[in-house]
Design a protein around this ligand. Structure first.
Ligand SMILES: C[S@@+](CC[C@H](N)C(=O)[O-])C[C@H]1O[C@@H](n2cnc3c(N)ncnc32)[C@H](O)[C@@H]1O
Length: 213
């Protein structure tokens, strides 16, 4: 996936995203946000916030910054903020792979259904760790490559088709953890047969560069 084509694809998705994906997306987001135990005044970065479905679910005592590369998706989120008077939220167009925030700007970082959309998921994790305070939560909701080898073979086969509609189907969570060293606390699925997974990690700071002996 390239960011320029992603932006075009999601500018189109913006017109029907909520009607097709809305209910399932919010179901997964709701439990994750509840489990984040967000305290009054805490700052949350919502990476790739899209149409802002998550905004209906945050406690209004926090401060949410939503960024997205697609102006079309963000326009829907802005409409939602205006319609419901969500004073706790602000939005900006930005690339998640180069977040325009200084280190440790946020208490927690939330990213739903985005890791398999960006061109470089490892860099995305690195960026989220950089802008999140040490000890803050990094919470990821996404589809990952199945542990079942038949399902995984199908997901690999489907990758070219999935890429045309804006995401890849064959990203393995184990690969991501190995490459980033993200310290995962726990992970869960909402149902026993579920292709989406939620991952909770506690940020231990930006990844340290390897120093040759
Ligand atoms: C499948 S949607 C998910 C939207 C929202 N998080 C949700 O769960 O409903 C993926 C979103 O990621 C955004 N996105 C993809 N690549 C991005 C990037 N490099 N930087 C910022 N946003 C990006 C897309 O524009 C789109 O809004």
């Amino acid at each position: 996936m390239q960011e320029a084509s992603t932006r075009s694809i999601y500018n189109v998705w913006a017109h029907f995203y909520d009607h097709t994906m809305g209910r399932g997306v919010q179901r997964r987001q709701q439990l994750a946000i509840d489990r984040m135990n967000i305290r009054p005044g805490e700052r949350i970065l919502d990476v790739g916030i899209g149409t802002g479905l998550s905004l209906d679910l945050y406690p209004q005592h926090c401060k949410v910054t939503g960024i997205d590369i697609s102006e079309g998706m963000l326009a829907k989120a802005a409409k939602r903020i205006e319609q419901y008077g969500y004073k706790f939220a602000n939005l900006s167009v930005a690339d998640a792979l180069n977040l325009p925030f200084s280190d440790a700007s946020f208490d927690h970082v939330f990213v739903t259904h985005v890791i398999t959309v960006v061109s470089d998921p490892v860099r995305l994790i690195d960026e989220m760790r950089r802008v999140c305070k040490v000890g803050g939560k990094i919470v990821i909701v996404n589809h990952f490559l199945s542990g079942n080898r038949f399902a995984a073979a199908l997901e690999k086969l489907l990758r070219p088709i999935c890429e045309k509609i804006g995401w890849r189907s064959d990203l393995s969570l184990e690969y991501l953890i190995e490459k980033t060293g993200l310290p995962v606390d726990y992970r869960y699925k909402l149902d026993s047969v579920d292709v989406w997974e939620t991952v909770f990690a506690t940020n231990d700071g930006p990844k340290q560069p390897c120093i040759a002996a």
